[in-house]
Design a protein around this ligand. Structure first.
Ligand code: DC
Length: 225
């Protein structure tokens, strides 16, 4: 059976997860947050004392990392050696560590495989950095979301404040996001890049509903055409 697989990529704070979750709810399909899987891998390295920048050390320790994704009534859950670690994955210190571990080919190959398994099993919309270019290169449904640097930092700031996380100023977050985007788009293996056949949406100044509407409309046209 042909599965509905939708790819959403873009830099940090572009609104990918909020929009992807809303599209998933609208279409009645699953949502996969692939960033959470890289964050779980980073958490595992930190817990094991494996230096996240050291490709050799991470590669050697990788067979011991047991990462799995499950769906429950609470949505996607990420399990690390059977432990549900989902709720701690948005901690700010995991963002940069995830960006570092995600540069290692061994990590990407492993998580890409898991992501493709989810896509084969379910109708799913997944967001990340390499979904349209690497994980689901053959899907006709690809979107690349971006927004101005200030708006992306401000959204992250508001999100963290709402969760009660200490986060410094908008400028601090803008610096962190810029560094992470640089890492993610300059790594040698599967960097963040807009797929040639992705629909580009600049969400600066757009409401979530407007972005969701544009995606659902484009999907309708893709499916009719
Ligand atoms: O989307 P996020 O902020 O949770 O992602 C955390 C890091 O994980 C991000 O800086 C880069 C990496 N990542 C990736 O390389 N590829 C993906 N498909 C998703 C995330």
């Amino acid at each position: 059976m042909q599965r509905l697989n939708i790819a959403i990529d873009g830099p940090a704070g572009a609104g990918k997860s909020t929009v992807a979750k809303a599209v998933a709810a609208r279409l009645g399909i699953r949502y996969l947050d692939t960033g959470a899987m890289y964050r779980a891998m980073a958490l595992w390295c930190l817990r094991q004392g494996v230096p996240v920048h050291d490709a050799e050390a991470v590669g050697a320790a990788l067979p011991g990392a047991e990462i799995a994704v499950r769906y429950t009534d609470a949505g996607q859950r990420v399990l690390l050696s059977g432990e549900d670690v989902t709720d701690g994955l948005r901690a700010p210190e995991l963002a940069m560590a995830a960006s570092a571990v995600s540069a290692h080919p061994a990590v990407r190959v492993r998580l890409t495989e898991l992501q493709r398994q989810v896509a084969a099993q379910y109708d799913v919309i997944m967001d990340g950095r390499d979904i349209g270019t690497n994980v689901l290169p053959d899907t006709p449904h690809k979107f690349y979301l971006t927004a101005s640097a200030y708006e992306r930092a401000k959204r992250r700031f508001d999100e963290m404040r709402a969760r009660g996380q200490a986060c410094g100023t908008v400028e601090d977050i803008a610096r962190e996001i810029a560094e992470r985007d640089y890492n993610d788009s300059h790594r040698a293996f599967m960097p963040l890049r807009q797929a040639d056949d992705a629909v580009l949406i600049d969400t600066t100044g757009m409401s979530v509903e407007a972005v969701v509407g544009e995606i659902v409309r484009a999907l309708g046209e893709e499916c009719d055409g």
